[in-house]
Unconditional design. Structure first.
Length: 387
């Protein structure tokens, strides 16, 4: 069978520009020597996860893990076959292929370019913003939940341990500090006085690293090059609470989606030798790359999915290929009530139970159906005491 010569395929792939091709499907913005946008492979709401690398002619999403070159993008996003992707690129770049049938072997994915050094922000940025006296979420955490005496006594400690901050624009700041104490970035989210996200405001979400490199135009200078220069540094987010990993060297690591949920659970149940709470920041952000510091230490992991994410997190847990990680969905199944909502997470259920004065909101409930945690209690000669 006649086939397109390999040199023509090579010309097409070399001619194709990853930024131009992806821009046909995704709105991109230039950030240093890279381009970022919302990932087209999952329900992405955070610009910055999906990065296009002109110098490597490839892309990667640091949330869902999708990566590849120009042909990979068309095959995965536009559901093209390999021949169709080659022909599409041939038409776009004026290289004739339509009238030539061909056999083919799909080439391996294009490797990513060498990584840039990881961004590490000064700790002074964190300490300068620790006054949360006017923060809506913090005020709600203090006064909007019917905490017990022991729980209420933990509020200040939890806020301090997680370095919760308040931005000048009114957003709550959730700093991401890695296991070595480096400040990777911070997530900023706007909350109403009732503790819910303010989704009606014009700006409800931002990243610290994005704000630090936001220029008036593409040709202007970086506003804070002494803090973040996207041409020479790469932002690699970590888990919220990762800096607590070695403070509790034998604790089971409990991972939820949202930072707010991690704070509520740490106040409700505490961080101590038995457990430490962390957040991955979204359903798609649970990845082996993000969990690597935990797995490297051979720590046990318990994943708490939202009610609408149980199946996805089960699949992600299996893909981790880490035998010390398990899913614990009882709070959003057995404890759940219709009033909690179809997208409820463990904190929604626990807050409702606390506000209703339920006597079952105790560590015993969490431990009851979790053999890994029970084994840890036994091996460390600890006692699971109720709050």
């Amino acid at each position: 069978m006649p086939k397109i010569p390999e040199d023509i395929i090579r010309r097409i792939v070399e001619r194709a520009n990853i930024v131009e091709v992806v821009s046909d499907f995704v709105k991109l913005r230039k950030t240093g020597i890279r381009y970022t946008g919302l990932c087209p492979f999952h329900e992405d709401r955070h610009d910055g996860n999906f990065i296009v690398y002109p110098r490597g002619n490839c892309y990667k999403c640091f949330a869902c893990g999708e990566k590849g070159g120009v042909v990979d993008f068309l095959m995965k996003h536009a559901n093209m076959s390999y021949p169709d992707a080659i022909r599409w690129l041939g038409r776009r770049y004026g290289i004739e292929t339509d009238n030539i049938p061909f056999d083919y072997v799909v080439p391996p994915p294009r490797p990513l370019p060498p990584p840039l050094p990881t961004l590490a922000l000064p700790m002074s940025l964190v300490t300068e913003r620790e006054d949360t006296s006017g923060d809506n979420l913090v005020t709600w955490l203090r006064h909007g939940i019917s905490w017990g005496e022991a729980q209420r006594a933990r509020i200040d400690e939890v806020l301090r341990d997680y370095h919760v901050g308040h931005a000048r624009n009114g957003m709550t700041m959730f700093w991401q500090i890695d296991d070595e104490g480096h400040v990777r970035t911070g997530k900023m989210m706007l909350y109403r006085q009732d503790g819910h996200r303010d989704r009606q405001a014009r700006y409800t979400f931002d990243w610290v690293h994005s704000a630090l490199c936001r220029r008036r135009d593409d040709t202007g200078p970086w506003p804070f090059p002494e803090l973040y220069n996207p041409d020479s540094q790469e932002c690699r987010p970590t888990l919220f609470g990762m800096h607590l990993l070695d403070r509790y060297p034998q604790a089971v690591v409990r991972i939820v989606e949202s930072e707010k949920t991690a704070l509520i659970m740490a106040i409700a149940y505490g961080n101590h030798p038995l457990q430490v709470w962390m957040a991955c920041g979204g359903m798609e952000n649970l990845s082996r790359e993000k969990l690597e510091p935990i797995m490297r230490r051979q720590r046990r992991i318990v994943l708490y999915p939202d009610r609408d994410g149980i199946d996805k997190w089960r699949a992600k847990c299996a893909n981790l290929r880490y035998e010390r990680a398990i899913i614990y969905d009882e709070p959003v199944t057995s404890w759940w009530q219709p009033g909690d909502g179809d997208k409820a997470d463990v904190a929604d259920v626990v807050v409702r139970m606390i506000n209703n004065g339920s006597p079952s909101v105790t560590p015993t409930d969490v431990i009851r159906n979790n053999p890994n945690i029970q084994h840890l209690i036994t091996s460390l000669d600890l006692e699971g005491k109720d709050i």
